[in-house]
Design a protein around this ligand. Structure first.
Ligand code: GLU
Length: 315
């Protein structure tokens, strides 16, 4: 095991209890970090207004129950606002930020550039004059403009090498840095916070792989560490019985639901370990044993279908 000064992390949004898919990604991130001698950090991504006050506490309890530990206290992203503001200010000073008054409907209705990814921002507000911008602000009041990144023309489609997915590339548009309601956008916050926390290994669900090129552009513009100094691994999501991404509507999918069915956190750890090819069916494993056995190359590259509580082999 190589010791490094870097860190891995798990960064849940406290919107409710973690389900089996979230727990599996967290366990994988923890194994990746611990097996490479990294610290493991926890960050609660609580920037959205709609949050459930007790959810963060319950999420941390559930992570501990399946055997995940972390270094230091969990960090609340909402306490890091000064860093987010400073990063936006820095981009603004470099001429890389503009106000956008478009609604979602405006964006959908606008003609898009050929080859632009679906839903890409068409650039409506990119080149407004000062006078035009002032008129726009007035027009939408009391709504306020969002702030978008003026992605420099030479940026192209940033590519990175993912530990699970191989080469990933993605076109990027002028994405939002701060919403009209003042909330900092996920892409900005995640980049700033991972850098300030010393995170150099990012393991998360592959639904976020398409956001990573945007994040890499921000890392470069803000002169923060980026690949290959930062390693990415995007893991396939867990599927529910209908073949769609596992969701709360798929029945008993959280530790507390499963406990009511007589399934313990240790049973869940064993099922997740088996799904990651780190344990035999029904085998009891400690969290430490998972770190010892961990082999990133052996982690399945295809989604795992949650078998449901009835089919779990329990002790
Ligand atoms: N907070 C995000 C989520 O729960 C994850 C962010 C990340 O890992 O970059 O989906």
């Amino acid at each position: 095991m190589m010791g490094t000064s870097g860190a891995g992390r798990y960064a849940p949004s406290p919107s409710g209890d973690l389900h089996i898919g979230n727990l599996r990604t967290a366990l994988l991130a923890w194994c990746f970090a611990r097996a490479t001698g990294r610290r493991f950090l926890m960050r609660i991504e609580d920037l959205d207004r709609a949050r459930d006050a007790g959810a963060a506490t319950r999420q941390l309890e559930d992570l501990s129950r399946i055997g995940i530990d972390w270094d230091g206290e969990a960090v609340l992203q909402s306490t890091l606002g000064a860093d987010h503001d400073a990063a936006i200010e820095r981009l603004r000073a470099a001429g890389l930020v503009y106000e956008c008054t478009c609604t979602r409907a405006d964006i959908l209705a606008a003609p898009t550039a050929p080859h632009a990814p679906p839903g890409a921002y068409p650039g409506t507000c990119r080149n407004r004059s000062d006078a035009d911008r002032a008129r726009e602000r007035e027009r939408i009041a009391p709504r306020r403009p969002a702030l978008r990144l003026r992605v420099p023309g030479e940026t192209g489609a940033p590519e990175f090498s993912d530990r699970m997915m191989g080469r990933v590339a993605g076109d990027i548009d002028d994405f939002v840095l701060r919403r009209g309601d003042g909330t900092v956008a996920y892409n900005l916050a995640v980049v700033v916070d991972d850098a300030s926390m010393g995170v150099d290994q990012i393991v998360r669900g592959d639904d976020l792989a398409s956001s990573t090129p945007r994040q890499i552009v921000l890392q470069r513009l803000l002169e923060l560490p980026s690949p290959p100094a930062v390693e990415y691994a995007h893991a396939p999501l867990v599927l529910g019985p209908t073949g769609a991404r596992l969701a709360k509507r798929d029945g008993a999918v959280t530790l507390s639901d499963l406990r009511a069915d007589g399934i313990t956190a240790a049973d869940v750890r064993s099922a997740l370990a088996q799904s990651l090819h780190l344990a035999a069916p029904g085998e009891r494993v400690t969290a430490d044993a998972l770190v010892e056995r961990f082999d990133p190359d052996a982690v399945p590259r295809t989604p795992w279908t949650w078998p449901g509580p009835e089919k779990l082999v329990t002790s």
